[in-house]
Design a protein around this ligand. Structure first.
Ligand code: GDP
Length: 327
């Protein structure tokens, strides 16, 4: 599981105007801060706030706008950073006037695209908790249109932007992050396939692969995801980590032995097990199916081995590429 570290991690840049909500997103998603506590976050004046997230599957960095980043400042090597970036998330405060944000978005995207056309550009229309459903759709349509018009005017309609409505007060921010991260995992089809095989052989209804620290799901089987199921998974991870922080023995709250079973009051069982240092599987199954726990555990063991191989192969490919490029 150590192979899931270093350069294999998807790298994400979080950008946007000051006060758009970047630090809050980081704290809520990666540091378990409760949304209300973000009201008291202090503003910083740093250009970038590095967060290596060593305990997470994802690594990312925050950049503030405006003012601080001068693309013409030779001492600031934005090119190098864009080159190593998988996804650029641009946060727009939907409760504020967004003219300035849109022009910054345009500038950033066009710069970044020139350096690295493979970056995925993700726009979070953020703080939508205060808006009615109609209002949300209206905002999204407007921002979508203006941003794409700006690109078309510059002859850059080939740049693709994806849009998400997000808030730290519900699960939308985790869901959006999950989608962003999933795009950066080249092994995603393989992971989905493995999950499909695992669930059909084990009588399981739904299985997710979660980054435990961030509660981002990096893959699931191909049956549709409903929000309630996803929220239950997040709650289960919280419960497991909290209990193990409080009652566990000294050391990490999440390790090779981690597993949990929750019987819901209907006929469903939730089952969580460690897959790698960063990842856990959470599955949903009927009580009857859980009676064959031996079979499930055996299949899980095979699944886990397969996952480790998938990531090991990728690491080796990357290392070989690196060696070749150094020649
Ligand atoms: P940054 O400068 O981009 O890092 O912005 P901050 O994270 O400091 O956030 C600025 C303010 O926005 C804080 O008072 C947060 O509590 C608030 N905020 C962040 N996310 C949300 C959200 O989803 N909804 C609402 N209503 N407020 C938010």
């Amino acid at each position: 599981s150590d192979s899931l570290s270093g350069e294999v991690k998807p790298r994400i840049l979080l950008m946007g105007l000051r006060r758009s909500g970047k630090s809050s997103i980081q704290k809520v998603v990666f540091h378990k801060m409760s949304p209300n506590e973000t009201l008291f976050l202090e503003s910083t004046n740093k250009i970038c706030r590095e967060d290596v997230s060593s305990s997470s599957f994802v690594s990312f960095q925050i950049w503030d706008f405006p003012g601080q980043i001068d693309f013409f400042d030779p001492s600031f090597d934005y090119e190098m950073i864009f080159r190593g970036t998988g996804a650029l998330i641009f946060v727009i405060d939907s409760q504020d006037d967004y003219v300035e944000a849109l022009s910054r978005l345009h500038l950033t995207v066009t710069r970044a695209y020139k350096v690295n056309p493979d970056i995925s550009f993700e726009v979070f229309i953020h703080k939508v908790d205060g808006l009615s459903d109609d209002h949300k759709i209206e905002k999204q349509r407007d921002i979508h249109k203006r941003a794409n018009d700006d690109l078309a005017d510059a002859g850059l309609e080939k740049i693709h932007l994806s849009f998400y409505l997000t808030s730290i007060y519900d699960h939308s921010i985790f869901e959006a992050f999950s989608k962003v991260v999933q795009k950066l995992i080249p092994q995603l089809p393989t992971l989905e396939n493995l999950l499909n095989i695992f669930i059909s052989n084990s009588g399981i209804e739904k299985a997710f692969l979660f980054d435990v620290v961030s509660k981002i799901y990096i893959a699931t089987d191909s049956s549709p995801v409903d929000m309630q199921t996803y929220e239950l998974c997040c709650d289960m991870i919280d419960v497991v980590i909290d209990i193990s922080c409080i009652y566990g023995e000294a050391g990490l709250p999440y390790d090779k032995e981690s597993m949990a079973i929750i019987h819901l009051n209907n006929t469903t069982v939730m089952y969580l097990k460690e897959v790698t240092k960063f990842l856990a599987m959470v599955c949903f199954l009927r009580k009857e199916s859980f009676e064959r726990k031996g079979l499930i555990d055996y299949n899980f063991h095979c699944f886990k081995r397969a996952i480790q191989e998938v990531f090991d192969v990728r690491l080796k490919v990357q290392q070989n590429r690196k060696l070749l490029s150094q020649r």
